[in-house]
Design a protein around this ligand. Structure first.
Ligand SMILES: [Zn+2]
Ligand SMILES: [Zn+2]
Length: 105
């Protein structure tokens, strides 16, 4: 049985495809936790609920200047669904915080 940890359908914010859940480990930032990685060849995008979207190039974490943050809990949101007329971004903290926002365009 899966534990209580929620599995998110996180999508790459550049490719809009489903990301794969991975264990991230980067000595540069003493940063180790489960996160998501884009499955597209050559894509450097990662996502964790702690820091949102960012790039990893040659093992180095590139800080992302801007995140789509949840207005309620300030956590970086993830791209969850792609529709014809926009994107659905969600807060990664349910049930503590439930928020979704549609970005049109
Ligand atoms: Zn990607
Ligand atoms: Zn939130």
């Amino acid at each position: 049985m899966p534990d209580a940890q929620q599995t998110f359908a996180v999508r790459c914010d550049q490719h809009r495809t489903r990301m794969v859940e991975v264990t991230l480990r980067y000595d540069e930032t003493q940063f180790e936790k489960s996160g998501f990685q884009c499955a597209e060849p050559g894509c450097t995008r990662r996502y964790t609920s702690g820091r949102g979207y960012f790039d990893v190039i040659n093992g180095s974490v590139l800080a992302e200047k801007f995140q789509q943050s949840c207005p309620k809990c300030k956590t970086p949101m993830y791209l969850s669904e792609v529709e014809q007329d926009g994107e659905i971004w969600r807060c990664p903290n349910p049930p503590i915080c439930v928020f979704e926002q549609k970005m049109v365009g």
